[in-house]
Design a protein around this ligand. Structure first.
Ligand SMILES: [Zn+2]
Length: 154
C-alpha cells in the first residue's frame, strides 16, 4: 500500500509513503540531519507522519539539540562570569536578579537564562571594561529621590 487518507486534512489517498529520507531538526542556530526516516507525507496539506521508530529517532535528535544548546549557554555563562572575576552571588546582585542561586542554576543548565541576560553577558564578553559602568549603575543612588517622589503621600 503506497497511499492512505491524510490523518490531518482527511484528503482521500492524500498521503504517500516515503522511505530512507533525511529530515533536519532545528533549534536556535543549530541544525542536525536525521537520516533514514520513513513514514507518510500528505500532498494536500504537507503533513508528515513518521513511522513509530522514525518518530522516536527524530524526537531524540531534537531533544539532543536542545540539550547541546542548553549546555553551551550554561558553559558560556560560567566562562564569561569568571572572565569578569565575578562570584555567582555578585553576578546575581549586579546582572541578573532572580534569587541568590540563579546563576548557579544557569551554569548547571537547570534553567535557561533570559535572553536579555545572555545578550548582556555576550556584550560584557566583548567589552569587559563595561563592568565599570555596571558597577556604577548598581551603586547609583540618583534614582532614589525619583522613586520617593512617586510614593503616595510625598
Ligand atoms: Zn493532508
Amino acid at each position: 500500500m503506497k497511499h492512505q487518507d491524510c490523518v490531518s486534512c482527511g484528503a482521500a489517498n492524500g498521503m504517500t509513503r516515503f522511505e530512507d529520507r533525511s529530515f533536519e531538526v532545528e533549534y536556535r542556530n543549530l541544525r542536525r540531519s536525521v537520516q533514514g526516516l520513513s513514514g507518510w507525507e500528505c500532498r494536500a496539506c504537507g503533513e508528515t507522519e513518521f513511522d513509530p521508530d522514525s518518530a522516536l529517532r527524530y524526537g531524540a535528535a531534537g531533544d539532543q539539540l536542545i540539550e547541546t544548546a542548553r549546555r553551551t549557554i550554561a558553559q558560556e555563562m560560567k566562562r564569561i562570569r569568571r572572565k569578569l572575576s565575578l562570584t555567582q552571588k555578585t553576578a546575581v546582585q549586579m546582572l541578573s536578579g532572580g534569587g541568590h542561586n540563579a546563576f548557579s542554576r544557569y551554569e548547571r543548565g537547570e534553567v535557561e537564562p533570559p535572553r536579555s541576560l545572555v545578550v548582556l553577558m555576550a556584550l560584557l564578553d566583548r567589552h569587559p571594561q563595561l563592568m565599570e559602568e555596571i558597577v556604577a549603575i548598581n551603586q547609583d543612588v540618583r534614582l532614589d529621590p525619583q522613586i520617593a517622589a512617586q510614593e503616595p503621600g510625598h
